[in-house]
Design a protein around this ligand. Structure first.
Ligand code: NAI
Length: 254
């Protein structure tokens, strides 16, 4: 298992129909990994699987809402049945909030954002862990966010959810390190993907955040995030555990 040689690992990538997840799925498959392309969007997932297969790789789509236990169970079962286990879980699927401050966040927005961004990664980790524990090894990479590190990168619900991803990452890292399972996260800064397309701005958030957004820097390409995810999942990162790695052109350093 290396970052450059033949690699037949079984890898689950969530949110793999688009953006960072798509780039990660393609990058893992290019190394020879067999990839479960998990996403809400069936057309997008099928397109990514077709792209991987056209390049000579191996992938299988699983579509559904990953905040539902039954869908999570299907994702894990597919990896186990088709590829013999789960070597890597990339918890990447996520949704933006409306950039709303707390007073403008509805119950529905709060619950949906927490459910997709934080509960789904918990459900997926819980689902794959028995297989990683049985194998005595595994790597989990979560997609956190610049909003995991500061209060000025998104609205309240998204910021809370992504800070929660940091806690989940560190808990997994500590509690499973003696069983050979590493858990890390990337914290992307602004990255060119589809995620902001449907954002309907809240009344308070964007104006309140504007004064703090001057140090964002160059937007990343999805492939730059994928490269960090692939690294953290690889044996090249064998002693890296519990790290939240900003991939943000220095935004977190400002
Ligand atoms: P994207 O919108 O291009 O891709 C997200 C994918 O997740 C989509 O294919 C979508 O269908 C899928 N998805 C959303 N909810 C789902 C659910 N409930 N079940 C299954 N699939 C679901 O967005 P992007 O930017 O690639 O996002 C990936 C991750 O990166 C997210 O966790 C996001 O919060 C994070 N991120 C993105 C940043 C950016 O600037 N693009 C910055 C910081 C973090």
């Amino acid at each position: 298992m290396t970052t450059t040689g033949p690699d037949s690992r079984s890898v689950i990538v969530t949110g793999a129909a688009s953006g960072i997840g798509r780039a990660a799925a393609l990058a893992f498959a290019a190394q020879g990994a067999r990839v479960v392309v998990a996403d809400l969007n069936p057309e997008g997932a099928a397109a990514v699987v077709a792209e991987i297969e056209a390049a000579g790789g191996t992938a299988v789509p699983v579509t559904g809402d990953l905040s539902e236990q039954a869908v999570v169970d299907r994702v894990t079962a597919t990896a186990v049945e088709r590829f013999g286990g789960v070597d890597v879980l990339v918890n990447n699927a996520g949704i933006m909030d409306r950039m709303s401050a707390v007073a403008e966040v509805s119950d529905a927005e709060w619950e949906r954002v927490i459910r997709v961004n934080l509960t789904a990664p918990f459900l997926l980790a819980r689902s794959v862990l028995p297989h990683m524990l049985a194998a005595g090894r595994g790597a989990i990479v979560n997609t956190a966010s610049e909003a995991s590190l500061r209060g000025s990168a998104a609205g309240a619900a998204y910021t809370a959810s992504k800070h929660g991803v940091v806690g989940l990452t560190k808990s997994l890292a500590v509690m499973y390190r003696d069983q050979g399972i590493r858990t890390n996260a990337v914290a992307p800064g602004g990255t060119r993907t589809a995620i902001t397309v449907d954002v309907e701005a809240g009344a308070h958030g964007p104006a309140a955040l504007a004064p703090y957004m001057g140090n964002v820097g160059r937007a990343a390409e999805a492939e730059e995030q994928a490269a960090a995810i692939v690294f953290l999942a690889s044996d090249a990162a064998s002693n890296i555990n519990g790290v939240i790695l900003p991939v943000d052109n220095g935004w977190a350093a400002v």
